[in-house]
Design a protein around this ligand. Structure first.
Ligand code: MN
Length: 424
């Protein structure tokens, strides 16, 4: 389960006084500001430690310099909640650190709104932080200028622009996704119409993009956060139905976990077991796709077994089927046949004697990391920065192909529909 954080709103609000008739900004006393400032500095120091722990050979001074620049340039700016603007770049950088990105990405993450929302120029960024950081910030700024929520032909053109920015450096899109994630976490502070259009854009463009890059964790969080605003009625329905079944479901999953751990031990298969209630948006989609009622959604309950190697995966698979009866037509071998986004796992749905159906996913640690983090996982164990590995290349090929197709297409709508086909 993602931890829902509701910290900051998604837009810049200058420190200038509010116009007549509008709500006045919250006036806070200086001592409160000092406390805020201290807390923010503390968070930054924690971020630095995190980045250093992730990548000990990276240049941390670049990140500190970017932070100082960012604090100076966003000085006096507030987000809609009245909190200091710098919370936003800070949290974007924290998301990137969570993905174990390199210090170049962290610095660029801190600076991502500097050119767009402050007097700072690209030349200044390049002079202070080097060509790579400047290039990434420029890419993110260009994506920010894109308005997806408009007529189909403009939308197609804009998606193309974004893909082009990604092709030049994949870190551009990782920062953009981190940016969108924080904006979605803080969407409640915006006006209802803004909320809906940002949420719609998130479901149409950013969540599928995260999916295509294999970033399951980010995609899942984006989808649930957006669904709440694009279709509040359905969101509440599914959420309420999940709530009703939660206690019983969790109890059941714990008993499955106990059985499984014991059986794995008896069979000398080293593995760890995870369980969860599935995400609201994915339950909703499954319902829509298969036109089944809530009681028939098999995948509400999910168990995951993470083991050593491929051989152990198939051993666990066999063991599961001796313990519980498999449901016909629900066995999928994504290890032998990985999905287009490189996702690998064995899937099966089984039935307990009490009549509960649950899905089991079996994978190795490596497959697990790829499933959760996708393209970002490749940045973890790579020495140095700026070099795109062969596997990243592979994953970026789909973008290049799309851009190539686009050149040949005269009708931009054709491009958009083929993109949507590919994304879903
Ligand atoms: Mn931003």
């Amino acid at each position: 389960m993602a931890t829902a954080r509701h910290l900051e709103p998604a837009e810049v609000h200058g420190a200038s006084p509010a116009p007549e008739g509008k709500a006045q900004p919250v006036v806070r006393d200086p001592s409160q500001r000092a406390i805020d400032r201290q807390a923010i500095d503390h968070r930054f120091e924690a971020l630095l430690k995190h980045v250093h722990a992730n990548r000990p050979s990276d240049d941390i001074s670049l990140v500190r310099k970017a932070w100082e620049f960012c604090v100076r340039h966003h000085e006096g700016q507030m987000r809609a909640s009245g909190e200091p603007y710098i919370i936003h770049p800070l949290e974007v950088a924290e998301v990137l650190a969570e993905m174990k990105m390199d210090s170049t990405s962290i610095a660029a993450g801190l600076l991502h709104d500097s050119v767009e929302d402050t007097p700072a120029t690209n030349e200044e960024i390049e002079a202070g932080f080097g060509e790579q950081v400047a290039h990434i910030v420029e890419g993110v700024t260009n994506i920010d200028k894109i308005e997806f929520a408009n007529r189909e032909d403009r939308q197609a053109e804009n998606v193309r622009k974004m893909l082009l920015a990604m092709v030049s450096d994949v870190r551009v899109v990782l920062i953009k996704l981190a940016d969108r994630l924080h904006n979605m976490r803080t969407l409640e502070h915006l006006k209802p119409e803004r909320r809906e259009s940002i949420a719609r854009e998130t479901l149409d463009i950013y969540a599928p993009l995260a999916h295509r890059l294999g970033m399951g964790k980010v995609r899942g969080e984006l989808e649930d956060l957006a669904f709440r605003y694009t279709d509040p009625v359905s969101y509440e329905q599914v959420a309420a139905a999940v709530e009703v079944r939660r206690t019983e479901g969790e109890q059941f999953l714990r008993s499955v976990e106990d059985t499984l751990i014991e059986q794995l031990r008896e069979n000398n298969i080293p593995a760890r077991v995870e369980w969860r209630i599935k995400r609201i948006y994915s339950i909703f989609q499954k319902q829509q796709r298969s036109k089944v009622s809530f009681d028939q959604v098999y995948d509400l309950l999910a168990i995951r077994v993470i083991t050593q190697d491929v051989a152990a995966c198939y051993a666990v698979f066999g063991l599961i089927h001796t313990l519980w009866k498999p449901v016909p037509g629900r066995i999928k071998d994504f290890i032998a046949m990985p999905r287009a986004n490189r996702y690998q796992s064995l899937h099966t749905t089984v039935m307990s004697p009490s009549g509960h159906q649950f899905e089991v996913q079996i994978r190795t640690e490596e497959m697990h990391r790829i499933a959760e983090e996708g393209i970002a996982a490749h940045w973890k164990y790579k020495a140095g920065s700026g070099v795109v590995t062969a596997r990243d290349e592979e994953r970026l090929n789909w973008i290049r192909q799309l851009v190539e197709w686009q050149k040949e297409m005269t009708d931009p709508n054709e491009f958009l529909s083929s993109l949507k086909m590919d994304l879903y």
